[in-house]
Write a protein that binds this ligand. Structure first.
Ligand code: MF3
Ligand code: CO
Length: 262
């Protein structure tokens, strides 16, 4: 079943998501050549704990870290390690916070040091597709309208949408009903209602949508080894439309790596 959350619950979801986005903002200043993904993980864990939150991924089905750090052809669920970031890498960082009974889930793909025009297009199109999908999450719309709009935007730009991993409801569990694919026909599935809370998270490949999992049993990589990007927001559906939980009234939460963009 898809839960309808009360105002009090939404306040708690927003708090967990605030911590997530402040974590990503803090990390955006630390991402540079030579930094290990383990260092980023430690910084994130310390920050989340300083906010009285708990890293939501650590221990989830045995996942060993606070962040998922997915570099270049890694799509999602890359495990932080002693690997050092290199100039020209792109890194997807996925973070989850649990606080006061409720979860936050967010992801952003950053560039390291410099951004090629091909990678700029991948990051831009993936991020645009997230916002296009969010805009479709209107009360009265059908759930599959979200994924359909994401897929259209991505494929129009010559990229592909990962099929085997999907967005999800979020609340008292990290992953709740419904599943939210980033592809498919419009006009299908449940009707979206005010009070529903979703994590929308397009994963976009430069090449084919086919992916596989490495022998660490976590890291998902593109089969053709081309790059992939991932952006995720947790949102609440209000009677006036979707609201990004981490959004502040006065600030942009959009940034690429060290460079803030509008
Ligand atoms: N953010 C990921 C998701 O949306 C969660 C990572 S799951 C973990 O589904 F297992 F890696 F923790
Ligand atoms: Co998620």
């Amino acid at each position: 079943m898809i839960y309808i959350r009360s105002e009090q619950e939404i306040a708690k979801l927003k708090e967990s998501n605030r911590i997530n986005y402040e974590t990503l903002t803090m990390l955006s200043k630390e991402i540079k050549p030579g930094v290990t993904t383990r260092k980023l993980d430690k910084l994130a864990e310390n920050f989340i704990k300083s906010q009285n939150g708990k890293p939501a991924f650590k221990g989830y089905h045995g996942y060993p870290a606070t962040l998922c750090t997915s570099i270049n052809e890694e799509v999602v669920h890359g495990i932080p390690s002693e690997r050092k970031l290199k100039k020209g890498d792109i890194i997807g960082i996925d973070v989850g916070t649990f606080k006061d009974g409720y979860y936050g889930d967010a992801a952003y793909t950053f560039y390291v040091g410099e951004l090629s025009s091909e990678d700029e297009k991948l990051l831009r199109v993936t991020k645009e597709s997230l916002y296009i999908g969010i805009k479709k999450a209107q009360p009265g719309a059908r759930l599959s309208d979200i994924g359909n709009s994401i897929q259209n935007h991505v494929e129009k730009n010559g990229f592909s949408v990962v099929r085997v991993l999907v967005g999800h409801g979020i609340g008292r569990e990290l992953h709740e009903a419904p599943e939210i694919p980033n592809f498919g026909e419009a006009g299908k599935g449940p009707i979206i209602k005010a009070g529903m809370c979703f994590a929308i998270e397009p994963m976009v490949n430069v090449g084919n949508y086919s992916v596989s999992t490495l022998s660490d049993n976590w890291t998902v990589v593109t089969s053709d080894k081309k790059k992939s990007a991932h952006f995720e927001h947790s949102i609440i559906i209000t009677k006036n439309g979707p609201v990004i939980m981490a959004d502040k009234e006065n600030g942009s939460i959009d940034f690429y790596g060290q460079r803030k963009i509008d």
